[in-house]
Design a protein around this ligand. Structure first.
Ligand code: AMP
Length: 413
């Protein structure tokens, strides 16, 4: 038997229905905030991610699904593709601020575990064109609004400001100097990162690294007035919306393009992979991808992880709609008629079902009950002869008759 590739998921009908529910909610909320949907190709030029995300990041250095015989890569994230499309389609000519959202599958060659897959999907939002703190506040509040709409109130919002490129360079220099003093004691991963990407050491889960980091310099002290003020304004803005947060000066996130505000929403109900949503400002990315210098901010929320959080919470997913009518048949003539009637009913927007296996009346009734059909009509030889059928309402057993040819006029509500 051929099984699915490692790190991928099948969405069987019940799971797919949950997904539909989440996506419907996402679209409704994105509309409330006036974000428009964008869709981009499943694969892009590998160069886009190398330049956009950064060669030394985990994603680009070891997780990309690149085709060995071409210049393409399955997208590991959506910000670089969105920005590529923004520049390529001159969206800056349409409006000074562009607010976009997406729901899309992503591909990363990671070590699969609970909440971490090789194919997963993200809902994300981007505000391109504003460096005002209110853009940060609105974007973060969109993510929070969405999660709260499911009754998730105990999520933790972590926020930081990682400065502009100059402030960060200064900080990285000092951080590196500090860590070099302890380099023999650092974990192997952190030792490797010390040269290539020392900021990532701040993400280390190694207890010894964490101890060493306790006295390390913090980015907050390297911020210039502008970023300090921006950070304070964002925090005050969130406060005014009643959004609780914790500042976390170690929150740098794994992608090179971030500047200034970074944030993450974590849930205790997830294990090691506890981040549900993450994002930040990327004011330099657009020029890095040959666009005009344009500030922007965005986030991405993992939909599988969100589903895990919801399943562990008290949230009740709605039940899938059940058929309004189940047509039970007995005999060839009745079956022929039922196929015709069901098609006409469906043309009239009535959700109905009928047996496709030529089963006994008893097993068809059983199936009607299993589907929780609201009404049942039994068509046999008599009904064909008289052109009359009884429609039974299942919750109280009441029955009323109608001409078979007029069944589409029946009120099945
Ligand atoms: P990132 O694009 O790495 O900033 O991740 C943003 C969000 O996407 C995370 O908070 C997760 O919810 C989700 N995510 C990232 N990587 C994976 C993965 N391999 N499997 C499932 N969800 C993921």
């Amino acid at each position: 038997m051929i099984s699915k590739p490692k790190g991928t998921l099948d969405f069987l009908p019940d799971d797919a229905f949950k997904r539909q529910h989440i996506e419907k909610r996402l679209r409704e909320i994105a509309s409330l905030f006036n974000y428009k949907e964008i869709r981009t190709p499943t694969f892009e030029k590998t160069e886009l991610f190398k330049r956009g995300i950064g060669e030394e990041t985990d994603i680009v250095s070891k997780e990309m699904y690149s085709f060995h015989d071409s210049e393409f890569t399955l997208k590991p994230e959506m910000t670089a593709p969105v920005i590529r499309s923004y520049i390529e389609n001159s969206l800056y000519n349409v409006a000074p601020v562009t607010k976009l959202y997406y729901i899309s599958n992503m591909y990363r060659h990671e070590r699969p575990q609970a909440g971490r897959y090789r194919e997963f999907s993200q809902f994300g939002a981007e505000v391109i064109g504003s460096n005002e703190y209110i853009a940060d506040v609105e974007l973060i509040s969109l993510g929070v609004f969405f999660l709260k709409s499911f009754g998730l109130n105990d999520l933790k919002i972590k926020i930081n400001n990682i400065g502009n490129l100059e402030e960060r360079a200064e900080y990285i220099k000092d951080l590196k100097d500090y860590l070099l003093k302890y380099s023999v004691d650092l974990s192997e991963d952190s030792k490797r990162r010390l040269e290539k990407n020392p900021l990532r050491i701040l993400d280390s889960k190694n207890p010894n690294d964490i101890k060493i980091l306790e006295n390390a310099p913090v980015i907050n002290e390297y911020l210039g007035n502008e970023n300090k003020q921006h950070f304070e304004n964002v925090l005050n803005g969130l406060k005014s919306l009643g959004i609780d947060y914790v500042t976390d000066y170690k929150l740098v996130r794994g992608l090179d393009y971030y500047t200034s505000t970074t944030f993450e929403i974590v849930s205790d109900s997830l294990g090691a992979q506890n981040a549900v949503l993450g994002g930040g400002r990327y004011d330099k990315l657009i020029e890095q991808l040959d666009g005009k210098p344009t500030p922007a901010i965005g986030f991405a929320c993992g939909i599988e992880r969100l589903t895990l959080v919801l399943e562990a919470s008290t949230y009740e997913f709605p039940e899938e709609q059940s058929p309004q009518l189940y047509i039970v048949t007995s005999g060839d003539e009745a079956r022929k008629k039922a196929v015709e009637i069901s098609y006409r009913l469906r043309e009239n927007g009535i959700y109905c079902e009928l047996d496709l296996l030529n089963r006994s009346v008893k097993s068809q009734m059983k199936e009607a009950n299993k589907y929780k059909a609201k009404y049942v009509a039994v068509i046999g030889e008599d009904e064909i002869k008289t052109n009359e059928v009884k429609i039974k309402r299942m919750n109280d057993g009441s029955e009323s008759g109608i001409k078979l040819d007029e069944i589409t006029n029946y009120n099945f509500n």
